[in-house]
Design a protein around this ligand. Structure first.
Ligand code: PBE
Length: 334
């Protein structure tokens, strides 16, 4: 809880600083315009133009100065997440492929630590580049942008897919039906993630999603019958997206009478456990690019139940206030 309150405070502080800054700028311009405007009407028009030009000039100078220092200020470091994540692997490939990232490091930690670092950087209007993905609540909470990736290292649009172990259809046809029919939209996943980010437990956020979206949930359970305490295990990684989706599916299965276990694992272990049949399924497969290698390794021992969400994306994400648009705008350490 403390973490979330702190973030909200931080965001509020960031916003008020921006407003104060904007207010000051506007005040000064108006002031000087008014004073000079008293001298002559004609001049006012000219000065208006000059003023505009000066403003632009100042803006550019500031911008290029910042952008020259961004990479150094960031210590030539991309703020990553869990070591096994596809987006971290892609960032490492980007460091190898882009001249602009020569000598950079991809620092790994956790999705939570990345989010904290991002929030802190934004509070201080400092530059930061994170391994990002969407859907994600960070785009609702902050003004962020993906850096252009002209070499296509981070792939194009991704789907999040559902994978189950072989034999699930025979053993647990009702769970199979639900997993096969589970599919939702970015906005729904976003609102669930945001609720969790704002302090709700994943269980509570999932329960309220199910309560508020009964028609959609009915379309997932259509044709599935209630069971009496049959055990099922879903595996996931503690990425915000997967925490949300896995708990929503877990809630639906619980309501059908299943005894549900949700187990957080590392990415590679998650794939392995479904492929080996240790776990029953997962809703966390990012394809075609993010988990391409893991899919290639395990696809013959899994059943692919198709997309549960379309229009996902990964890439390097920076705050809007950074005057860079492309990975190529960054600067090598060497
Ligand atoms: N992610 C979220 C994962 C997939 C889901 C983008 C952090 C990854 O990079 O493997």
């Amino acid at each position: 809880m403390a973490k979330f309150n702190w973030k909200r405070l931080g965001l509020a502080a960031g916003l008020s600083l921006t407003l104060v800054a904007a207010g000051c700028g506007g005040g000064e311009e108006e002031g000087s315009g008014d004073t000079e405007g008293d001298d002559s009407g004609e001049e006012t028009a000219d000065e208006g133009t000059d003023e505009g030009a000066e403003e632009d000039g100042a803006g550019e100078e500031e911008g290029s100065g910042d952008s020259a220092n961004y990479s150094e200020e960031m210590d030539y470091t991309i703020t990553g997440i869990e070591p096994g994540a596809g987006v971290v692997g892609a960032a490492e490939t980007a460091v190898e492929e882009y001249d602009s990232l020569a000598g950079w490091d991809v620092e790994t930690s956790s999705s939570g630590a990345m989010a904290t670092a991002l929030g802190e950087a934004i509070d201080n209007e400092e530059p930061i580049a994170v391994t990002g993905w969407s859907p994600h609540w960070k785009f609702e909470k902050y003004d962020l942008k993906y850096l252009e990736d002209p070499d296509g290292v981070f792939g194009e649009a991704e789907e999040i897919k559902t994978m189950v172990r072989e034999g699930l259809e025979e053993d647990m046809p009702n769970a199979y039906t639900v997993l096969d029919q589970f599919q939702w939209e970015e906005s729904q996943m976003n609102s669930t993630m945001l609720e969790i980010n704002e302090g709700a437990s994943p269980e509570d956020a999932a329960a309220s999603f199910v309560e508020e979206n009964q028609d959609m949930v009915d379309s997932w359970t259509e044709g599935a019958e209630e069971v009496d305490g049959k055990e099922i295990e879903l595996v996931y990684v503690e990425w915000d997206t997967e925490v949300a989706s896995t708990h929503v599916v877990g809630e639906v299965l619980t309501n059908l009478g299943f005894d549900v276990t949700l187990t957080p694992l590392d990415n590679a272990v998650m794939w392995q456990s479904v492929a080996s049949g240790d776990a029953d399924g997962m809703v966390a497969a990012w394809l075609p690019a993010t988990h391409e290698d893991l899919y290639a390794e395990h696809k013959d021992s899994l059943e692919d139940l198709g997309a549960n969400l379309e229009g996902a994306k990964i890439g390097l994400v920076v705050p809007e206030y950074m005057d860079v648009d492309s990975i190529e705008d960054l600067q090598p350490a060497e």
